[in-house]
Design a protein around this ligand. Structure first.
Ligand code: ADP
Length: 745
């Protein structure tokens, strides 16, 4: 069988994370012994040929993970839209006998790729007739294999939960809105912020959920009243009256009224100025949303999708249908490309035909759920409690070490609980506060601005109650008449909740519904593949390592970077994957002297070949003897004078910082579900305990009885850790070039 030959191109709008995909495609292909080419400048490069089609080596994709945009360029191409243009493109590919194409782009680019594949046999026939290619070549490369990745900041593709670049765009937007909020609050001013997204309201919706915006306009939900302008102004006025100092209206690029007329930012400005009688400022975020360094998530997403694309190409049967690489519930899968494109187009059609409900439905369950939650979060005051409903008193606390997103979770829980007519009580300093009785009701405005704040405003603590603490807790639960408990935190919070649950026969007061929500940077909790705070910590790691790498590149230096995580290697491995670290040390694998010997040999060989920088990431508890200091000493002693070694311990900055958009959004979604759980269970005769999480299938709630079964108590991590499967990919992509590897042997 003829070996496939592969090319990658990026097309349409650029998006952060495309470079990670290019790197992963090139290196995975080379690792599998497949020749791989990059097409520069998108489809235009395919039509132009010549040096726009370049053979890639292992090192052609070094040091690009951290770069925004796409290093191989992108362009719109009118020529590729024509049959003649595509025939030229086919000829250019066949000059290198390329028969497989990975296309990273939006629905336009992917449609083009599909058409190209359909026409391929015809194009080949024409080229043979024109004498431009040999029949033998046409026979060898009779089929074109297409695999698509969606690179788009809009997150508008059906079939995938996230597109490459959307998370980074959200980072840019939340940074900007946070900054605007503080100046707006200083002057008690109103701002209109316009964000990108074409037909899709994802960026606007998520940005509003992640910040303190007060009004949002998205294409899928046009304002339904004829005098919506009055309603908007009344809402903003009510917000001011309730104590808000800033008012922010977020408007999506594709916002429209229910007749389909576009709503622009200057129109909103004019309306607000007239009705509020104050100056209103407009910020159109524009292309800053596309730019800048990719977020940790986009680097990983691009990497995993790129890797999967090559595997999909290599396993594809001849003439098989083009596939789209998708992310579904934290897993990479694939789906028929054109089906996804068609469904995406169906949303655009629904919008064109003013079928807004259908458009919203096609966006999927989590989009709709987020939208419902947002409507509550935006309110300036809660709804009045329904008459005759029992008003519950629900306690909220943070436990364990601080994690970014804890405040976003508390904010969401307070507002959602209050909006459903209940009394929400904040418990300060975790279980210690519950023991000491530091419990007080929170009001709507008490959590204003908390979405964007790092740390824990309630205060947090690692206390796990025992002995006479239980009496104190029971007394306080009774005294404050708590009907439910939301515990947002890490390992110690989970342990404490489980202890209370076990003591419920001895202490009847503990017979209230309780739910644990995962919030720790370590990502070491059972029942959740991701915990709140880990994404922010990963971004801190990635940004720090970018800087460290820059400082070292001039010096022939090797860094050993120590990251947190206790005995859970998640931050180390994912940090390594997102920064291209050549080696990651984690407790799960342990560290052996013979491995260190191999690592030293590889480092020395690498620097001998001219490498300028080494990067190793070590989890803080990877090994009790081979500490970061010891590793550095060993490497330096063995460096043969070729390089020096420095240690960097990132420390507590990993726990701090403004929460990432992902942490804010997930914290809000999880907290909303937790409050629903407490309310539902408070009606039960025998209320239960539970823990919530983000699992591969979506949000899941499990019974607290199952907690011990899932936990590795000794190492304080879940028995099963999904991300361990990613180690092989991290290893493949960060190893030396295959040629260097064989020379070393
Ligand atoms: P996106 O991929 O982001 O949706 P575009 O719609 O601008 O961006 O498409 C990018 C490029 O893909 C176009 O400039 C064109 O070269 C190619 N393309 C798009 N649609 C088609 C099509 N129907 N047939 C052939 N090529 C297309």
């Amino acid at each position: 069988m003829v070996m496939k030959r592969l090319a990658i191109l990026t097309s349409g709008g650029d998006a952060a994370g495309m470079n990670a995909a290019v790197r992963a495609v090139v290196r995975t292909a080379l690792d599998r012994g497949v020749e791989v080419f990059a097409i520069y400048e998108g489809y235009q490069g395919l039509v132009d040929g010549g040096d726009r089609i370049r053979k890639m080596t292992w090192n052609s994709v070094s040091n690009i993970l951290n770069l925004g945009g796409t290093v191989i360029g992108t362009a719109r191409s009118e020529a590729f839209r024509t049959h003649d243009g595509r025939r030229t493109a086919a000829r250019n590919l066949l000059e290198h006998e390329i028969d497989s194409l990975v296309v990273v782009g939006g629905d336009g680019s992917l449609t083009g790729a599909n058409l190209f594949r359909q026409e391929w046999p015809t194009l080949l026939k024409e080229l043979v007739e024109l004498g431009q290619i040999d029949q033998a070549v046409a026979d060898r490369r009779a089929n074109l294999t297409i695999v698509g990745l969606v690179g788009s900041i809009d997150n508008d593709m059906f079939g995938t939960d996230m597109t490459i670049g959307a998370d980074t765009a959200l980072h840019r937007i939340t940074e900007a809105v946070d900054a605007i909020s503080s100046t707006a609050a200083s002057h008690q001013r109103t701002f209109v912020v316009k964000v990108m997204g074409r037909n899709c309201g994802y960026l606007a919706l998520m940005a509003a959920l992640a910040t303190g915006a007060e009004w949002v306009l998205i294409p899928e939900n046009p304002p339904d009243l004829d005098n919506w302008e009055d309603k908007m102004c009344a809402d903003l006025k009510a917000g001011r009256k309730a104590g808000r100092r800033d008012s922010i209206v977020i408007i999506a690029e594709g916002a429209r009224d229910r007749y389909g007329n576009p709503i622009g930012s200057s129109y909103i400005q004019k309306v607000l100025e007239e009705k509020l009688q104050e100056e209103v400022r407009v910020t159109v975020l524009g292309h800053v949303q596309r730019g800048g360094a990719p977020s940790a998530f986009d680097r990983t997403l691009g990497t995993l999708m790129g890797h999967a694309a090559v595997e999909t190409v290599l396993s594809a049967a001849p003439d098989s249908e083009p596939q789209l690489i998708c992310l579904r519930g934290n897993r990479i899968t694939n789906a028929p490309l054109m089906k996804c494109v068609e469904q995406t187009r169906a949303v655009a059609e629904a919008l064109d035909q003013h079928e807004f409900e259908r458009a919203l439905e096609l966006r999927g369950g989590s989009f709709q759920e987020s939208f419902r939650t947002l409507r509550t979060m935006l309110r300036s005051l809660p709804h009045d409690p329904p008459a005759g409903q029992k008003q519950l008193r629900l306690g909220i606390m943070n436990c364990g070490a601080p994690a970014a997103g804890m405040n976003s979770a508390v904010r969401a829980a307070v507002r959602i609980g209050m909006d459903k007519g209940h009394i929400m009580l904040g418990i300060a300093n975790g279980f210690q506060g519950l023991i000491d009785g530091q419990i007080k009701p929170m009001d709507w405005m008490a959590v204003n601005g908390w979405a964007a704040m790092g740390g824990s405003e309630l205060g947090t603590n690692r206390e796990v109650p025992s002995g006479k603490d239980f009496y104190a807790i029971a007394r306080n639960i009774e005294k404050h008449e708590l009907n439910g408990l939301l515990i947002i935190g890490g390992w110690s919070g989970y342990q404490a909740a489980h202890e209370l649950y076990r003591e419920r026969d001895n202490f009847p007061a503990f017979n209230i519904p309780m739910i644990c929500m995962p919030a720790t940077i370590n990502n070491n909790l059972p029942g959740s593949e991701l915990s709140i705070g880990a994404d922010t910590a990963l971004n801190t790691i990635v940004q720090s390592v970018d800087k460290i790498k820059q400082s070292g590149v001039a010096l022939r230096r090797c860094y050993v970077v120590e990251v947190m995580g206790r005995r859970c290697g998640y931050l180390a491995l994912m940090g390594g994957l997102a920064t291209g670290a050549e080696r990651v040390y984690i407790h799960e694998e342990g560290v052996k002297l013979k491995d260190l010997q191999a690592d030293v040999d590889q480092l020395v060989a690498g620097f001998k070949r001219g490498k300028r920088l080494g990067l190793l990431i070590r989890n803080e508890d990877a090994h009790p003897v081979y500490t970061t200091g010891v590793l550095c000493a060993i490497f330096e002693a063995e460096s043969d004078g070729l390089f020096d070694v420095r240690q960097t311990i990132l420390g507590h900055m990993q726990q701090g910082g403004d929460p990432s958009p992902f942490d804010r959004i997930q914290a809000t979604r999880l907290a909303a579900r937790c409050v629903d759980y407490l309310i539902e269970n408070s009606r039960s005769e025998s209320p239960s305990g539970a823990f919530i999480g983000l699992e591969a299938g979506g949000i899941q709630i499990q019974a607290i009885e199952d907690m011990p079964r899932l936990m590795d108590e000794v190492n304080q991590r879940p028995k099963k850790q999904w991300w361990m499967d990613l180690r092989a990919i991290a290893r493949v992509l960060a190893q030396p070039a295959p040629q260097a590897r064989s020379e070393e042997k």
